[in-house]
Write a protein that binds this ligand. Structure first.
Ligand SMILES: C[S@@+](CC[C@H](N)C(=O)[O-])C[C@H]1O[C@@H](n2cnc3c(N)ncnc32)[C@H](O)[C@@H]1O
Length: 394
């Protein structure tokens, strides 16, 4: 489309304006979702379907099309995850991975949603320092990210492979860093009559919120997790639970390390968290409106770790540990790894310390982010949970 034919998209409040390429892409995503919306009964699309399309529609969704999500030397991207801050994060995680590999008698690592490849790169380097040469497999939904991971990891001359489908059997260590929060969620609201409404999307400018009575199944599931509170809106991530269920089918021996922002259920569905936990990221602007800049912004929801633990138990997996990111990293030798990474250049050293502060601080990622390890046929204790294990709070 010639530039002159791309209408200007007025930026939503507080967000930067779009360049021509982004505006064109945005219009394509909106047109594709609107076309699907028009075919839905009552022109109502459940939010879960909308989020799935906005993030993963082939060739269009945020994670599968070409926008620059992660920072690189040319652009700051949309958000910064822990592995992007410093390789020391991966070095500490590698201490826990090494123990899992040793207990499972395997050198296989399976990472879901590997982003820019930063975590894989730092894990492989740290394991090599421990004399372990891992076989590293990545399941990545984004062709663009897969390419970027390839560029980054090929130089390591390590055994790295990509696969599209889940394994039938797996022994070793699974890693999912900020993956469950990117899975599409259902959004609900208790109305004034104590009825559960499912929230979704209808035609607007270009989309607006709508709601309809939730199915009996969704109502019963939500009711089993929280007391109805009139006006209360929140989310439920049934896909993350299905992911744990499938893990229970193919994880033969080993453990899955899950890192994400979230809480136990009593905090997740706390009466004061009445607007839910949806969060969107666009060029380092964080806000709570997923219906704008569709396909151009990340959409996430916090993780209900009680639901993940319950799904694990149902799938006959063991919940081997649950704690804050700060506690897990410290238990896994983060401080010692940090000392080894000391820089001679004062500016580099200041950057390293700032990253460490972000990862550990209660006010930043240290407390909001949690680590949970699910396993099978692995004998605890795991080093990451030697102190401050919070399974009793789930
Ligand atoms: C916020 S990014 C995190 C990337 C990386 N792990 C990091 O921490 O930098 C979320 C990633 O999860 C991936 N993802 C979401 N659902 C997935 C699934 N079912 N299987 C594999 N990857 C998935 C997305 O494609 C995306 O790459």
């Amino acid at each position: 489309m010639p530039d002159s034919e791309v209408p200007t998209i007025p930026p939503p409040a507080g967000l930067p304006a779009l360049d021509v390429n982004s505006a064109t892409h945005y219009q394509n995503v909106v047109a594709a979702i609107q076309e699907k919306l028009c075919r839905q009964p009552d022109r109502f699309m459940p939010f879960e379907t909308y989020m799935d399309l906005a993030l993963y529609a082939p060739g269009l969704g945020y994670y599968v099309a070409g926008s620059q999500k992660f920072p690189n030397p040319d652009t700051p991207g949309d958000f910064t995850t822990a592995p992007e801050l410093t390789p020391v994060y991966g070095h500490a995680l590698a201490q826990q991975i090494a123990q899992v590999l040793q207990l499972s008698g395997s050198n296989h690592i399976l990472e879901f949603g590997a982003g820019s490849g930063a975590l894989a790169s730092s894990i492989i380097a740290a394991l090599r320092d421990m004399g372990i040469e891992p076989q590293y497999t990545i399941i990545e939904v984004s062709a663009e990210l897969r390419e970027r991971q390839g560029e980054r990891l090929n130089g390591l001359e390590a055994d790295v492979q990509w696969r599209d489908n889940l394994p039938r059997h797996f022994e070793g260590c699974v890693v999912a860093n900020e993956v469950l929060d990117a899975m599409p969620v259902s959004v609900f609201r208790w109305n004034e009559n104590g009825q559960l409404m499912e929230k979704g999307v209808t035609m607007g400018t270009p989309f607006s919120w709508a709601e309809r009575p939730a199915s009996t199944e969704l109502t019963e599931t939500v009711r089993s997790r929280m007391t109805p509170l009139p006006g209360y809106t929140s989310e439920i991530n049934l896909r993350a639970e299905a992911w744990v269920d499938s893990l229970g089918q193919w994880l033969q021996k080993g453990a899955a390390i899950i890192v994400d922002y979230g809480f136990p259920r009593h905090e997740y569905y706390h009466p004061q968290r009445a607007q839910g936990t949806l969060m969107c990221h666009f060029r380092h602007h964080t806000h709570a409106e997923p219906l704008v800049y569709t396909g151009l912004q990340d959409i996430t929801a916090h993780v209900d770790f009680t639901a993940i633990a319950d799904a694990a138990i149902k799938a006959r997996l063991d919940v081997l540990g649950y704690t804050s990111q700060a506690r897990f990293l410290i238990n896994s030798g983060f401080v010692e790894q940090l000392a080894q990474a000391t820089k001679t250049d004062a500016v580099d050293q200041a950057r390293l310390m700032a990253s460490a502060q972000t990862l550990l601080s209660e006010a930043e990622m240290g407390e909001l982010f949690k680590v949970m390890v699910l396993g099978r046929d692995i004998d605890p204790p795991l080093i990451g949970f030697e102190r401050g294990d919070r399974r009793h709070r789930l």
